[in-house]
Each structure stands twice: as C-alpha cells, then as structure tokens.
Design a binder for this molecule. Structure first.
Ligand SMILES: Nc1nc2c(c(=O)[nH]1)N[C@H]1C(S)=C(S)[C@@H](COP(=O)(O)O)O[C@H]1N2
Ligand SMILES: [Mo]
Length: 406
C-alpha cells in the first residue's frame, strides 16, 4: 500500500503565518511541498534587481540592463547584468571557503582561507568596467547563437579585495608561467560534477596588473550571490568571462589555459577580418583580450521629447578596455558631422569615464543622437556594425537615442 505523507499541523500554521492567510486545503498538501506563495522564484526579488531589467534566460540565469538604468557613475547591484554559464552554487559556506593556488608553474601549492586572504595581504578598491564579450550580439547579421544581448551587459562597480599578484607571489611563480586559469563552485547545467560550466583565464601580464584583484566586496558590501559571493576574480577591461565568480582555485599554467570555454570558438574572434557568414577554421580564431572602445548614452532615455528652442543635456559613460577614452563626440545628423564634448578622466585605470553635452536642434522634428568614443590609440567606435564574427562578440557600434523636438 502506498503511504502519503502530509504536512504537519505546526508547519502548516507557520506557512500560513508567512503567507498571511489560512491554507484552506493545507491538510491535503504533500509533505515537503512548498506553496508557490513561499517560493522566491521571482528573479527580480531573488537577485534584488530592478523590474526594468530584462531576463534573457532563466536556465541559466541571464539578464541585462537598459541604457537609462546605467546612469549612475558606479552601477548599483539592482542594475547589474547577470551572466551565468551554469547553476549558481546553492550553498556557500563562507567560513570554510578556501582558495587554492596550484598548476604546473606554482612553486608551492597553497591554500588560503578567506580570513587569511583578507588579513595577510593589503586590500585595494578599484572601479572596474566589466562587459560581456557578447554584449551587442543581437545586432549581428547573419545572427549568432547565444544570449541575444542588446546593450546592457556592461557595468562599472567598486570592487574591494587583494591583488592577485600578491597572492601568486606568496605561493611562488615559476619562470615558465604563461597563463592563469580559474576554477569555480558553480555547477554544470547537466549537474555532472565532473564538468565545469566555465574555466577561463588570462596571460600572466594581465594576471599581475595592479587592478587584477581577488575581490570579496562589491560596492562596499559582500558580493551578491549572483555576482560571485564570497570570492571573485576581477580583471577589468577584458571580456567579463575572465572574471571568475565563486572562485575556488587558480592554476598557474605553463601553457595557455585550456579550461572550459578557452578553446574552439568560445570568446574568440577571427584573427583576420572575414566576410559576414563566412566559415572560419578554429585555427584562425584568436582569444579576445582587451575589449574595444565603446560608450552609452544613459540620459535621457531614448524617446525623449523636448520643446523647440530648448537645449537637451545628455550624459553617459565611455570605456576602452585596457586603454583610456581620449575623445568623445556626438552627432544629430546620422554621423555626417560630429561635435566634441566633455569626457572626464577615469577614477582609476579600467574604470569607465563620464561624458556630458548640451545638444541644440535647428528645428522641430525627429532626431537621433549618436555617441562616439575614441581611445588613446586613436581608434573610434564604428557608426553601425563592426566586423562580423561567428559568435557575435565585440559589437561596439555607436549607441543611439531617439529625440523629438515639438
Ligand atoms: N564561475 C563563473 N564565473 C563567471 C561566469 C560563470 O558562468 N561562472 N560567467 C562569466 C561571464 S561570461 C560573464 S560576462 C561575467 C558576468 O558577470 P556578472 O554576472 O557579474 O555580470 O561573469 C563571468 N564569470
Ligand atoms: Mo560573458
């Protein structure tokens, strides 16, 4: 005979208390069942995100911002995009969390607790721009598979932690080291413990930069779970996939790291420009390093209406991977003519920079404002689409907003 287990009376009244109403047929509710009203599956609530954030996928969770949500100089958590390749760790034991440094090119394999990392090494705070390599993918034609990011997979937060360099030097780096690779606690979508969702890395030169940190705080608080609590590698200016969340291990490699999503076409673009839709052999695909120059108009929101004769104040951010933005321009005539506008210096290397302008319009009608940044090597954003590539990476086309003068 089958036996059904029913929820105990005490548990029932506790649930009713939280819901704020009697569960009328509670006596027939199977044991272990969680009423929908108690499930925190609303992603906005779950991740403390603004309801204007756009969910692209829930298995795994991927959500992006809209341009006007990114208006803050330092992006608050509620507007930070989430990009997951696997399943967020379900249980994080901060007290017993450790970071292991290993690999062919470590002098001595070492393990640190979080407390040791915090007390043993000097702490630093940097504003670091993180942009997904696939931000802007949705515009490519022929289309590329993957999350159809528009413009919202970028942010600049304050990260606090210790320098990766200090920790690697404490363990000892052999002279044949060429790359680091990270390993993290998130689970592969298949839940197969032998598979990793992602394990990327960077050449030693990037790993040893001052601003490459092992972070335990974002914007002055514990890192939110979705963004890598309790420990995250943060390497600004490079595809954000280098910045491993839920960090458990860093391997110092004597070759280019060969972890998940380092090979094949992942986070690679053709080494030389190709025609749209062209098949590219894997041997001709190169790993993305610094992200390209780019900018966003974050105020006003596209669709603004202003009165004739009025000037419109616009503002936004610009960033250029490893480089600085040295010039910012805008156009109201579809890129025929450009006017230079003010752009601030970055707070620190690899932080995005803020621009602003006052825009005048000659007469009533429909306009578009286009923004264009130029990096310190003189390279500017393309007006429409940059070079096509099979996986739809590095779309740094000029951002545009629509304005009506009436
Ligand atoms: N462990 C782990 N780290 C990860 C990922 C992941 O899936 N697992 N995704 C990477 C990718 S592809 C991006 S774009 C960024 C996204 O960071 P965010 O969720 O804080 O915006 O995290 C990177 N670090
Ligand atoms: Mo990404």
């Amino acid at each position: 005979m089958k036996r059904r287990f029913f929820v105990k009376k005490a548990a029932l009244s506790a649930m009713a208390g939280i819901i704020g109403a009697d569960i009328v047929f509670g006596a027939t509710m199977p044991e272990g069942y969680q009423p929908l009203a108690l499930q925190d599956s609303d992603p906005f609530k779950l991740f403390h995100k603004d309801t204007e954030m756009v969910v692209l996928n829930d298995k795994p969770w991927n959500m992006e911002a809209q341009a006007h949500l990114l208006d803050d100089k330092v992006t608050p958590n509620e507007y930070i995009f989430i990009r997951n390749n696997g399943l967020i760790p379900e249980k994080v034991d901060e007290k017993n969390w450790t970071l292991t440094i290993d690999g062919e090119s470590v002098k001595q394999q070492k393990k640190y607790t979080l407390a040791e990392l915090k007390s043993k090494f000097k702490q630093h705070t940097y504003q670091l721009t993180l942009e997904c390599g696939g931000n802007g993918r949705s515009e490519f034609d022929p289309p590329a598979k993957g999350n159809q990011w528009t413009i919202g997979a970028v942010y600049c937060a304050n990260w606090t932690g210790v320098r990766l360099r200090d920790v690697l030097e404490d363990a000892g780096i052999k002279s044949d080291a060429v790359y680091i690779g990270y390993h993290a606690a998130d689970m592969h979508l298949s839940r197969d413990p032998n598979k990793e969702p992602i394990s990327r890395g960077a050449p030693m030169a990037k790993a040893l930069q001052d601003e490459t940190i092992l972070a335990f705080q974002m914007n002055g608080n514990d890192i939110p779970l979705a963004h890598g609590f309790p420990l995250r590698l943060v390497a600004g200016g490079w595809p954000a996939s280098v910045s491993g969340k839920w960090l458990q291990r860093i391997s110092i490699r004597n070759k280019i790291h060969d972890g998940e999503k380092m090979n094949g076409t992942a986070y690679r673009v053709p080494c030389h420009p190709v025609a749209a839709g062209e098949e590219v052999p894997e041997s001709e695909m190169c790993i993305i390093e610094s992200m390209p120059v780019k900018s966003l108009i974050t105020y006003p929101k596209s669709g603004a209406i202003i009165a004739k004769g009025q000037k419109l104040k616009i503002r936004g951010h610009a960033w250029a991977g490893e480089l600085e933005v040295s010039k910012m321009e805008f156009s109201i005539d579809f890129g025929s003519t450009w006017k230079e506008c003010a752009v601030e210096k970055p707070v620190n290397r690899l932080a995005w920079q803020h621009f602003s302008a006052e825009v005048g319009f000659p007469t009533i009608g429909y306009y578009e404002i286009w923004a264009r940044a130029t990096d310190s090597k003189g390279v500017s954003q393309p007006m429409l689409l940059p070079g096509w590539n099979p996986k739809g990476y590095l779309n740094n086309a000029c951002h545009r907003i629509a304005v009506k003068v009436s």
